[in-house]
Write a protein that binds this ligand. Structure first.
Ligand SMILES: [Zn+2]
Length: 83
């Protein structure tokens, strides 16, 4: 009983790592959002986005576009993509 639970956990762990590996770089994350009052961009579901006033939200098609506008990645939601 205990061993089978361990095996299931191990499989879930391996699968979750495999899905992480498919996102090879920060440029693959898709659209990102930032605030016109800061220079940080986030994934759309980052909890910090909730603190941005709706009128201050700026959307970028990708991280390259955000960088071109002088924005840097959020160290919370994009941490795992940074090296
Ligand atoms: Zn963030």
């Amino acid at each position: 009983m205990k061993k089978s639970k361990l095996v299931i956990c191990l499989i879930i762990f391996i699968l979750s790592c495999a899905s992480c590996a498919t996102l090879k770089s920060i440029t693959d994350v898709g659209p990102v959002v930032g605030s016109i009052e800061s220079n940080v961009y986030h994934l759309p579901y980052c909890h910090y986005v909730n603190y941005i006033l709706p009128g201050n939200i700026i959307e970028f098609a990708n991280t390259d576009s955000a960088k071109a506008h002088g924005y840097r990645p959020c160290l919370v939601c994009l941490k795992r993509y940074l090296k």
